[in-house]
Every structure is written in C-alpha cells, then in structure tokens.
Write a protein that binds this ligand. Structure first.
Ligand SMILES: Cc1cc2nc3c(=O)[nH]c(=O)nc-3n(C[C@H](O)[C@H](O)[C@H](O)COP(=O)(O)OP(=O)(O)OC[C@H]3O[C@@H](n4cnc5c(N)ncnc54)[C@H](O)[C@@H]3O)c2cc1C
Length: 407
C-alpha cells in the first residue's frame, strides 16, 4: 500500500501525470481523486467549440474511461479530498474514507474568482470553469438574447465571440482601459476591440461593475455611474484563484501557489504538485511563475511523474498560450511583462494577420502571433535562446521569419 501514488485533482495535469507515470515504468497502483463527475477533460473548448455546440464531450475528454482501467489506474470521480495527513501519509475523502500513499501529487488546479457586488447571488449570473457551467450558459442561448460579459480577458472575449455567432446581443464590460490589458500590448488590445465591434459586439472599457439589478433573476448590470446594461444573462470572467487550501492546511509552503522546485517537489519530499496550482521557478525568466495554461499543466505533469520515479527531468519551458475568437488564432509565446519595445510585423490596422515581438533592450522576451503560424513556431526558439533581434528586420516582411535573427 505504502508505494501507491495518489493524485489529488482530476484535470489536465492529473491525467498527464498518470499517463506519464505508466510511461516511465511505474507499476504499483495509482489512484486519482477528482471532485467533478467526469474523467479529466480539456477546458479550452469550454469557451470555444464546445460552448458553440460544434463538438461534444467525446472530443474534449482527455482519455476514454477504458484508458484508466487498462492501465490499472483506479479512478474516484466525484470524490473530494478534504485532508492530507502527512505524518500518516494518508488522504481523507469528504465521506470519511482514508487512502495511504507512498507519494502524492497535488493537481488541484484553480477556480474562478467571484464578483462580490450587490446582487451577485441572483439567478442568471454565471462563471465558466467546467462542463456544468457550459450547460447552464447554453440554456440561455437564444437568437436575440441579451448577454453581458463582465471581463474583457480571453475567456470573456471568447464567450462573446461564440454568443455573437449564435445571434445574441452581446456587451462586454471591461474595468481597464483596454481588453486583455494584463497580457498584451495596446496594439493587440485595440485590434481585438476593433474586430469585436466589426462583428457587432459592444465593447465598453473603463467600466467597473457596481452591482446587478433584478428581483431573483438578473435583468441588468449596473456600472455604478448611472448606466444600466440590460441583460437576460451574465457571464463573469475576471480571473482565477489557485486551489491551495489543502496544501496550506497540511503545512506545505504556499505563496501564490503551492511552492515547488524545478522538479515539481513541494516542501515535503513525498508530495509533488503540478499545473495551475503551483508557483514554480522558471530559469528562462529568472523568477517564479504561476501559470494558467494547458502547456504548463502537461509539462509539469510529465516533470512530476519523472521526479516521483527518481528520474529528474527539470522543467524549463517557455510558457505559451492561445485564444480563438472568430477566425482569429492568437498564440502567445513567452511573457511580455517588462518589455521596452513592441515591434509589429504585418498590419493590424487593416488585416487579420500580424505578430508583435516584445523586446527588452534588444532581446526578444515574448511574441503574440495572430493567424501567424510561422512566427509562432519560430518564436519559441527565439525566446528560449534569449535572441537579440534588430527591430528593422522584424518589421521587414520581405525577410523570411526564419531569417530575422540573422544579419
Ligand atoms: C474556459 C476556459 C478556457 C481556457 N482556454 C485555454 C486556452 O485556450 N489555452 C490554454 O493554454 N489554457 C486555457 N485554459 C486554462 C487551462 O484549461 C488550465 O490552465 C488547465 O486546465 C489547468 O489544468 P490543471 O490540471 O492544473 O487544473 P484544472 O483543470 O483546474 O483541474 C483541477 C481539477 O481538480 C479538482 N480538484 C480540486 N481540488 C480537489 C480536491 N481537493 N479533491 C478532488 N478534486 C479536486 C478540480 O475540481 C478540477 O477538476 C482555459 C481554462 C478555461 C476554464
């Protein structure tokens, strides 16, 4: 029993770790506990094709149920772990059962940040994190229905794009002066604002929601400045919070995420953590990161599995992320915080395809590529190698992408 591996959390990182443990040759029992009623699935489609009803659950599920049975992985879906007893090396379920572990992986992910303004508890106000949320939102999909999206980040904008395609009257309210301001340059924000407006979505920036109007069901969103935005339903997308409570309660080091080293080890050598819930060192940027991305969940799932087998394969990755809105694929490589110059390749004013290179001094630290697969592919290496680039060569489209670093 003592050699069992227990995985707490049933998302992308958990599924990857279980798969990688078997691939690394781990032969003892593995148990996964996930508090959702489903086997692990991909979340990105929840604000894209799955929300749009273009694909079903079979296309978002990460592995069929048979995978777990075939690989001797015991699954406990719909089961929440409520306590970790580090001394006894046991986890406790919500219904009082105890399971011993040799090593433990925490892949508890994150949850939505809730909006705490008057009226927040009314019907018709939704968040988007899981399948149940999608089903609730879809129940309001009707031609002409009025949707107010609170938050102009990726998820809010993706929901807006899907709802517009379904014929709804969509307004996005963003507290900052521009959409996606936390992660992209104003060039990219203004491009997305223009496209959404061209598609018929109303984008209102600099609007901080002060409350919701209605009796039991929301009827309007209050800007607090005398303006009401009528709504049949509301979707709030204002960020996430890592699920670290279990880690805190059992005394692990937690600082804006469960603190792990480059091998996903926590402050307890028998407990590892992977995915959205971690704060991890990144050698490329030279500081700790907490990331909310599929790439991070997959790579940390692999790293944790290897380290649990005593076969350390340190995590040293350039972060990347994507967002699909209308016919636009935005691919973001690296982290642009601290950039000193943004150099544009292509024409965001009139076209729907361009890239922005973020330089710190003359070193490229991040790239946003909109419908630009070659720039996206190339930029992973450029950022990883901390390549110095000449802004004139970046902007010159007569120079091929793979040649911009030369010269
Ligand atoms: C709508 C949406 C769109 C997204 N789009 C993109 C995108 O385009 N690109 C991208 O890179 N990323 C995207 N993301 C982010 C990406 O999906 C996450 O970063 C990724 O799923 C994180 O995986 P994870 O395994 O760390 O955590 P999660 O997916 O959060 O999984 C953790 C699971 O563990 C469960 N759990 C937590 N605590 C316990 C407990 N005590 N006991 C049992 N179970 C527990 C949780 O309920 C959850 O099911 C999106 C996310 C959402 C919600």
């Amino acid at each position: 029993m003592g050699k069992d591996i227990i995985i707490v959390g049933g998302g992308q990182a958990a599924a990857q770790a279980a798969q990688s443990l078997r691939a690394e040759g781990f032969e003892n029992p593995i148990r996964i506990f996930g508090d959702e009623p489903h086997a692990p699935y991909q979340r990105p489609p929840l604000s894209k094709k799955f929300l749009a009803k273009e694909i079903g659950f079979d296309r978002v599920e990460l592995k069929p149920e048979s995978f777990y049975a075939d690989n001797n992985i015991t699954t406990h879906w719909g089961t929440r772990i409520t306590e970790i007893d580090r001394k006894g090396k046991r986890v406790m379920t919500a219904d009082g059962q105890a399971f011993e572990y040799g090593k433990l992986l925490m892949a508890t992910g994150s949850r939505v940040r809730e909006i705490n303004v008057p009226g927040f508890e009314m019907d018709g106000i939704y968040y988007l994190r899981n399948i149940a949320d999608v089903e609730a939102i879809q129940s309001h999909f009707k031609d002409g229905a009025r949707l107010v999206v609170v938050g102009g980040g990726y998820i809010g904008l993706e929901v807006a794009a899907v709802a517009k395609k379904h014929g709804m009257d969509v307004t996005v309210l963003e507290a900052a002066e521009r959409v996606m301001s936390r992660v992209v340059d104003p060039i990219v924000s203004h491009f997305y604002e223009r496209v959404h407006r061209e598609e018929g979505v109303k984008i209102e920036t600099g609007v901080s929601v002060a409350g919701f109007e209605g009796d039991t069901h929301v009827t309007a969103v209050d800007s607090g400045e005398g303006k009401l935005y009528p709504a049949d339903f509301v979707v709030v997308g204002i960020g996430i919070i890592p699920n670290t409570e279990l880690a805190v309660e059992c005394g692990l080091d937690v600082q804006n995420g469960i603190v792990v080293d480059e091998n996903c080890r926590t402050s307890d050598p028998d407990i590892f953590a992977a995915g959205d819930c971690t704060s991890h060192p990144n050698g490329i940027y030279g500081h700790r990161l907490r990331l909310e991305s599929v790439h991070n969940a997959i790579e940390q799932g692999k790293t944790a599995a290897a380290a649990m087998m005593g076969n350390d394969k340190p995590y040293n990755q350039v972060p990347w992320f994507w967002s699909d809105q209308y016919d636009l694929k935005l691919q973001i490589v690296g982290l642009s915080a601290g950039y000193t110059k943004a150099v544009v390749r292509g024409d965001p004013e009139s076209g729907r395809s361009f890239a922005v290179f973020y330089l710190k001094g003359d070193t490229v630290i991040a790239v946003d590529a909109v419908n630009r697969a070659p720039e996206f592919m190339m930029s992973k290496q450029l950022v990883h190698k901390k390549t110095k680039l000449d802004p004139a060569r970046i902007a010159d489209e007569s120079i091929k992408v793979k040649e911009i670093a030369q010269g």
